[in-house]
Design a protein around this ligand. Structure first.
Ligand SMILES: Cc1cc2nc3c(=O)[nH]c(=O)nc-3n(C[C@H](O)[C@H](O)[C@H](O)COP(=O)(O)OP(=O)(O)OC[C@H]3O[C@@H](n4cnc5c(N)ncnc54)[C@H](O)[C@@H]3O)c2cc1C
Length: 306
């Protein structure tokens, strides 16, 4: 077995110990990872996952960190990030291949440049392709899986390709296994007019900027919508917009967003989440479920409702 301090000697990519994770989350919140690994080859990816298993270290893939709240204690294991080593885009025979670390905005621009239509509405999602495929992220009537052909991933230590029909896509959800590591995805879109596509993209980005606090660190929607109701509407009805705990605040612009206004801790965010859940439950009987993934918490910090 590789000694725990020797991980960096066994892979080509970069390994850092005790690496702060806050810069890797759009919330700018979270403690450090014991190991932060940026693989550059498929073999790096496989070896790192094996290493985690051999040393019983918890393992987590962090994309752009736009759907996570990382605990103040951080992650006592390995965090893998693919943005440095897996960030290529290619266009061949009308198919776009995007590696997992490519940012959604870059992918959309690339698609438009190659006259491909169907993903222009996704430009404002601050995801990597890996995270967007994993979550089947979407907005404005489109979702990541719409034009997807297949996904390349590491499963059980092997590199495989899964056709879209085997990926279990549903609304904001996929059927990948927890231990799967997505490395790339291939997309087939029909031809469109770049000028028109650019205009659609800009219009929708403008709309997003008007309704979401995009300039203050946040993690997107905090709670799932309890259909047919909207979490934002329920939280706003409790008069909670602008409520602040520590450095975190329920956004004045959109009540289902919590913003990090002044060096918020993860605990500040959790306290606001628990407050919103309690108030909404007491008034309506509706239970708000977190949309954001809670990472590195020793026990579930979300308080049970009576
Ligand atoms: C301002 C803002 C607006 C947003 N708007 C939208 C929106 O309109 N629509 C929408 O759907 N979402 C939205 N989100 C949420 C978020 O962008 C999406 O959920 C996105 O898919 C997360 O991608 P990520 O790369 O940041 O993944 P992360 O947040 O880093 O990770 C999310 C999950 O994906 C897994 N994952 C990431 N990469 C891989 C990989 N390569 N292999 C395996 N698993 C992986 C992680 O382990 C984790 O479980 C928004 C977020 C913000 C902050």
């Amino acid at each position: 077995m590789i000694p725990v301090q020797d991980l960096s000697l066994h892979i080509e990519g970069n390994v850092r110990e005790n690496a702060p994770l806050a810069p890797y989350s759009t919330f700018r919140i979270g403690g450090a990872a014991k190991f932060f690994v940026e693989p550059t080859t498929i073999s790096d990816v496989i070896r790192t996952q094996e290493f985690a298993r051999d040393h019983a270290l918890p393992f987590f893939i962090l994309g752009n960190g736009s759907n996570v709240l990382i605990s103040d204690e951080g992650w006592d294991g390995i965090v893998m990030n693919l943005e440095t080593g897996f960030n290529k885009l290619t266009f061949e025979s009308d198919v776009i291949t995007a590696e997992a670390g490519v940012k959604m905005a870059t992918f959309v621009d690339f698609s438009i440049r190659h006259k491909r239509k169907g993903v222009e509405m996704l430009a404002g999602i601050p995801a990597t392709i890996g995270g967007a495929v994993w979550m089947n992220a979407g907005c404005y009537g489109g979702e990541t899986s719409d034009h997807l052909i297949d996904v390349q991933l590491v499963r059980d230590g092997k590199y495989i390709s899964l056709p879209k029909s085997d990926c279990g896509f549903q609304y904001r959800h996929s059927g990948f296994r927890k231990s799967d590591i997505i490395l790339s995805a291939r997309f087939g879109m029909s031809e469109g007019d770049p000028q028109e596509l650019r205009e659609i993209k800009i219009k929708l980005l403008k709309h997003r900027n008007e309704v979401q606090p995009v300039n203050i660190p946040n993690c997107g929607s905090v709670f799932k919508n309890p259909k047919p109701r909207f979490s934002a509407e329920l939280i706003e009805a409790e008069g909670l917009k602008g409520t602040r705990i520590g450095g975190a605040e329920i956004s004045n612009m959109h009540a289902n967003f919590i913003v990090n206004v002044n060096k918020a801790s993860a605990q500040d965010v959790i306290s606001l989440m628990n407050l919103a859940r309690k108030k909404v439950f007491e008034s309506t009987g509706i239970v708000l479920e977190p949309e954001v993934q809670l990472i590195g918490f020793k026990k579930n910090p979300i308080l049970p409702l009576p």
